[in-house]
Design a protein around this ligand. Sequence first.
Ligand SMILES: [Fe+2]
Length: 318
Amino acid sequence: MPQRKTARLGLPNLGFGVGLRTQHLPDILSGGPRVDWFEIISENFMDHSGYSSQVVERLAEQVPIVMHGVSLSIGSTSPLNRDYLGKLKALAQQVRAVWISDHLCWTGLGSHNSHDLLPLPLNEESLRHVTQRVREVQDFLERPLVIENPSSYIQYQSSSMPEWEFLSRLAEATHCGLLLDVNNVYVSAHNHRFDPEHYIRALPHQQVVQIHLAGPTHCGEYLIDTHDAPVPARVWELYALAQQLTGGVSTLLEWDAQIPDYPGLLAELDKARQVLAGSMPTAPAPHTSMPGQTVLSTPIDFQLTPLSQDAHTIPEPV
Ligand SMILES: [Fe+2]
């Protein structure tokens, strides 16, 4: 499969990366990154000058860093948080972030944080609202914002357009980038009974700058976006389609619970290289939840490391 070499929105194809997680730091510090780039959860490093920040600064000297946020709440009707945006911009300068992404979602109202990435009604009114907010954020950050499609479990009666149309029109109006989470498309397509291939084909591929891969959990009627398992076979098929249509964009493997050791994570990332080389990897169907098990979808809490815990869990450099 050909790999596009030219940048879009001025943003390069970084190759194959993983989400940086604290439990892998000893291996990474001793053995080197062994990936083309890292994605960090922005909120874990904002306004933070401790040891983890020093580690990321060191890693930024070795490979590109991309920032992925969970608190922008671009779909909320609460005012944009200028303090948060200021910290986001400062961190981007600190780690020389290649781009900054967040989700098409809202996370709370006022001071109440839901600790989840909640879907919003998709209609003309919300599109105008989000378009204006994306423009404001981009003006503030002085760079394109990259917006990710969320996984979802409900739809609103007030929605009047599919998510792919909403994202396409948002990208056209704001010139933002798109982060295509192929697993989220797979999860939402299953939950809402739409064709995931149609979704991927309908996006403006020239504005997709990154792809996310992850493994969900099957909970009977619903797929839940748990990031706790290998990428299932159907997601690899959709990934191949997305890479074919985009011409090749940065690939990022997310794994946030039941996290394997670093070699295990790298082995899963290798499957993406295998797909681009033209062969489908051996991959399981989504695993099934256990009876009585609590299954959480993209919970923000587990992506955010409390600073007090952070101080204890991040090792000294080798
Ligand atoms: Fe994602």
